[in-house]
Design a protein around this ligand. Structure first.
Ligand SMILES: NC(=O)c1ccc[n+]([C@@H]2O[C@H](COP(=O)([O-])OP(=O)(O)OC[C@H]3O[C@@H](n4cnc5c(N)ncnc54)[C@H](OP(=O)(O)O)[C@@H]3O)[C@@H](O)[C@H]2O)c1
Length: 297
């Protein structure tokens, strides 16, 4: 079973450097994927209230009799629950579904620039949850440098983590420099470029990092898969990656990246693929007037 190294957050909490994401995993798939991931050595699981599968993450952990202290569970507050009291309510609902008493990492799923005071109120609720010991670390997702700074200036609370779209075609070098300056850990969603394949009406195959010749040539050189080369690139940069898969062989493959390393020139060659253009939605367009989704109790 693979042993995954940890990344130490600013408050001393250890977070595994690779975890399993479950966005777009159906209820049934989630139970099986989490179970296969536990067998392969994963200890970090990334879900969200908006994914509709927190209960299945909790169910899979329970079936394997895994103690909460032996795993690192992340979930996210959805925008319809933003506000101080509603955030606390959303948290309790997630904990009920996950069947957990304490959460390892709680994230604001999106910034809402148009409903900023609700974003700030939610962030204060997350800070309260850490002070009360219900959550070990708190963070945000999809925040830019400007919004991170606004959040910190208004609350004095620095996120431990910012989870953002990050893969070789959208490598977020400037945002990573901001994180380094502020002591925020970078967590990559779509680390193997999933969003380049599933988002939008006509995904552009030339933006799929799994098939780019720079990546496939390194896969051949090291006897690894393209996904493993991409995940190793995240590891070389100290980025936490949360690849999603519901396929047991890929789940095992994606964590098996600690027996080789990339040379400096190879890392630079992958860095050079950055287009500066995201493949997913612009995070700053999210608000409750355009996205009506709410979370069931
Ligand atoms: N905070 C946010 O706003 C946000 C947004 C998006 C995602 N996320 C998180 O990030 C996680 C990962 O992101 P993602 O799902 O967008 O993209 P991803 O992990 O980069 O890619 C997942 C896709 O790649 C396939 N895949 C997995 N392993 C593979 C391998 N070894 N070889 C070839 N294909 C492979 C999966 O297929 P199969 O499942 O069929 O194997 C799936 O279609 C999500 O599950 C979620 O937890 C967060």
């Amino acid at each position: 079973m693979t042993q995954v190294p940890n990344i130490t957050l600013a408050n001393g909490v250890s977070m595994p450097a690779i975890g399993l994401g479950v966005y777009r995993s159906s209820a049934d798939e989630t139970v099986h994927a989490v179970s296969a991931a536990l067998d392969a050595g994963y200890r970090l699981f990334d879900t969200a209230a908006a994914y509709g599968n927190e209960a299945q993450v909790g169910e899979a952990l329970g079936r394997k009799h895994i103690a909460a202290a032996d795993v690192f569970v992340t979930t996210k507050l959805w925008i319809s629950d933003y506000g101080f009291d509603s955030a606390l309510h959303g948290f309790e609902r997630s904990m009920r579904k996950l069947k957990l008493e304490t959460l390892d990492l709680y994230l604001l799923h999106q910034p809402m620039p148009n409903e900023w005071e609700r974003t700030i109120a939610s962030w204060k609720a997350l800070a309260r949850l850490t002070a009360e010991g219900r959550v070990r670390a708190i963070g945000v997702s999809n925040f830019s440098t400007v919004l991170l700074q606004r959040l910190i200036d208004q609350t004095g609370v620095v996120p431990h983590v910012n989870q953002v779209e990050l893969h070789p075609f959208f490598a977020q070098a400037e945002l990573r420099a901001t994180h380094a300056r502020l002591g925020i850990a970078t967590q990559a969603w779509s680390p193997i470029g999933g969003v380049t394949r599933y988002w939008g009406d006509k995904p552009d195959p030339s933006r799929n990092p799994l098939t780019h010749e720079t990546v496939t040539a390194l896969a051949t050189k090291y006897g690894k898969s393209p996904a493993q080369i991409l995940l190793r690139w995240h590891m070389e940069h100290g980025i936490c990656a949360i690849p999603k898969s519901v396929t047991p062989s890929r789940i095992a493959e994606n964590i098996d990246v600690f027996d080789f390393s990339l040379e400096a020139g190879e890392i630079a060659a992958i860095d050079a693929l950055d287009s500066g253009v995201r493949s997913g939605p612009d995070p700053e367009t999210f608000d409750t007037t355009t996205i009506k989704r709410t979370i069931e109790d």
